[in-house]
Design a protein. Structure first.
Length: 86
């Protein structure tokens, strides 16, 4: 049976991969709307939040994927015994 350290590491890795995929997906949704939205989301952080609110129907799936990725990363971090002892 795999140890909690291995499971934690795999969850952290899966969370990071899904977070990157969700970020690219979000940028693709912004660039599909217009090049200016895409560039603004890429270079000005607060614009991403504004894009999420204004274009919820296009941006909700990548947002929820990143939210799931964050939860997986957090659970993996908490399951890893090395992080508890530090």
């Amino acid at each position: 049976m795999p140890s909690m350290d291995i499971i934690g590491g795999l969850l952290i890795l899966l969370g990071l991969i899904l977070f990157v995929i969700g970020g690219f997906w979000f940028l693709v949704a912004a660039f599909r709307e217009s090049v200016l939205w895409g560039l603004a989301c890429l270079f000005v952080p607060i614009v991403s939040l504004f894009f999420l609110i204004v274009h919820w129907s296009e941006a909700r799936r990548p947002f929820f994927l990143q939210l799931l990725a964050f939860v997986l990363f957090l659970v993996g971090f908490l399951l890893s015994p090395q992080t508890i002892h530090r």
